[in-house]
Design a protein around this ligand. Structure first.
Ligand code: TNX
Length: 530
């Protein structure tokens, strides 16, 4: 081959590679943005941000408000040039949460038809700016989420972490365009939310945690809750409280023993008394206060693992009489009736019920309830929920429970025929999508759930959450066609460096030895297949 011939072939190959890079999936992954945008392409040059960069607004109060945050963000980068324009307009006809972002050396335009969309354009812009240390690389991004529900569940009953940690997580969630905090505040070890009508819930029920039943009471006051809810709303995150029942009720029944459904030892008061009207009065009163505190359209009522065999549902004459009088199908029928009664209480307050996948059997109208599928080993429950017409949020233990370890060498956490690597989190839900075929519209979204029996402090909380939280953002936001697992992993080191600046104690999947497991109390260990 002549020299010229060689160059012609080389040039053609380069052009072919360049053409390939124009494919939306391939190029979007090149931009240092997590989650990977639906469509993106990189251009030449960069916009230098700084005090001389003009910030222009076109479109109303929210855009003005965001412009202040943009100014505050870019000022520390130095001199700068060009402009940043924020456009918020219905006439752009972008779907809710969608945005476009165009950057050239002269300026950047962030555009959306919804405040959330404009906010997400800013979050993507911020990631690009951080990556270039104030120089934003030229690009075009056209982005919209795959799922409406992009969540993280935090269990603060088993262990309590407090306001500052929750706010830090909300900041990081916002950067990742996650939009739901499912807050598990009520379970066996502790009741963590002040309810004015029932002060003993926090005075007595707030005492103790999973590894230390004698620990002083820890809980959120109603002012704390309002503060967190507002902080989340500023970041376009909805907070959904969970009031788990009729099981997992021990903290409440410790505070008010008359609510107990029986049982002994560790099972004492694990369920509410399922037949007394006073139980339902209590539940309605609590829900009234929850409705006041949380503007979200949902209330999560739990419904998981009722284990009534350990309570007195089979033996108590009062309960047996009720079952007979109401011609219920034994304790199983009673459990279903309980869930229906609570669902009615929630519906009467204009909210939609969410429950764990056990509640499918209660027979609530699909228009009135959303199912959270969690039992990965019972894939048919996902199908059943969809076939029955329910909207579904997916959080199967494998791979979306963050109390599973992320490295086979770890000694605290869960395994179940394996463990949950970030790669598997980010690749979800592709492996289960065959089950949802034909029902895609009913999939509201997905979430990572962090149960904290084995998470006693914020060090381990960070270690279990990060970097997998970035994986769940990729799973929930990025359309399947734009996902590329290898490129996602290549973007991760930058995310880890950002976590360093926040003093987050993450697990480093590229160099596990560099991030040893934080220490844990004696009671924390490995749980297998349970
Ligand atoms: C099952 S997941 C539970 C939780 C536990 C979790 C992990 C679910 C709906 N219920 O109460 O914390 O396993 O141990």
């Amino acid at each position: 081959m002549t020299h010229n011939g060689f160059f012609t072939v080389a040039r053609r190959m380069l052009l072919a590679v360049a053409a390939l890079l124009m494919l939306p999936g391939a190029v979007s992954a090149q931009l240092p943005v997590i989650p990977t945008p639906a469509k993106a392409s990189a251009g030449r040059g960069a916009l230098a941000l700084g005090t001389a960069t003009a910030v222009n607004v076109c479109g109303g109060a929210y855009a003005d408000e965001l412009a202040d945050s943009v100014r505050a963000f870019i000022a520390p980068y130095g001199a700068g040039e060009g402009s940043v324009t924020l456009m918020l307009a219905d006439s752009l006809r972008l779907p809710d949460e969608a945005y476009t972002l165009e950057v050239s050396p002269d300026g950047a335009t962030l555009a959306a038809s919804s405040p959330a969309g404009l906010y997400y354009a800013f979050e993507a812009f911020r990631q690009l700016a951080r990556a270039g240390n104030g120089k934003v690389q030229s690009c075009r991004v056209s982005d919209a989420p795959r799922f409406a529900w992009r969540g993280f569940m935090l269990d603060e009953s088993r262990h309590f972490f407090g306001k500052e940690k929750v706010k830090q997580y909300l900041d990081i969630m916002a950067s990742l365009r996650l939009n739901v905090l499912h807050w598990h505040l009520v379970d066996e070890p502790g009741w963590r939310i002040e309810i004015k009508r029932y002060p003993r819930l926090t005075e007595v029920g707030g005492r103790g945690n999973w590894h230390d039943p004698e620990a002083p009471a820890q809980f959120y006051t109603q002012d704390d809750i309002r503060e967190i809810v507002a902080y989340a709303a500023d970041r376009h995150i909805m907070v959904v409280p969970e009031f788990d029942m009729p099981g997992h009720a021990s903290a409440a029944t410790r505070a008010y023993p008359e609510l107990s459904g029986g049982g002994e030892g560790q099972w004492a008061g694990f369920t509410f008394n399922p037949v007394r009207d006073s139980t339902f009065t209590f539940i309605a009163d609590v829900i009234d206060e929850l409705v006041e505190l949380f503007p979200a359209p949902y209330i999560h009522i739990g419904g998981d693992e009722v284990h009534y065999g350990n309570s007195s549902w089979y033996t108590s004459p009062e309960i047996q009489q009720y079952i007979a009088d109401n011609k219920l199908d034994g304790p199983v029928g009673l459990e279903r009736e309980f869930i229906r009664r609570v669902a009615d209480i929630v519906a009467a307050r204009g909210k939609t019920v969410i429950g764990w996948d056990e509640i499918i059997d209660a027979g609530i109208s699909p228009s009135k309830a959303v199912i959270m599928w969690w039992r990965h080993d019972k894939a048919h429950r996902l199908l059943m929920a969809l076939e029955s017409g329910y909207r579904v949020i997916m959080t199967p233990r494998r791979p979306l429970y963050a109390d599973f370890v992320q490295d086979p060498g770890h000694s605290v956490g869960r395994f179940w025929n394996g463990y949950n690597r970030i790669e598997d989190v980010a690749s979800f839900p592709e492996p289960v999508m065959y089950l949802a075929k034909g029902y895609e519209e009913q999939l509201l979204g997905l979430q990572m759930s962090l149960w904290t029996e084995r998470v006693a402090d914020t060090g381990r909380l960070d270690f279990m959450t990060f970097p997998r939280l970035a994986g769940v953002a990729e799973a929930a936001w990025t359309p399947a066609a734009s996902k590329e697992p290898t490129l996602f992993m290549r973007k991760l080191p930058r995310f880890l460096r950002w976590l360093d600046t926040k003093n987050i104690r993450y697990f480093n999947p590229f160099d596990p030895k560099s991030t040893p497991e934080p220490s844990a109390p004696d009671k924390a260990d490995v749980l297998k297949n349970g």
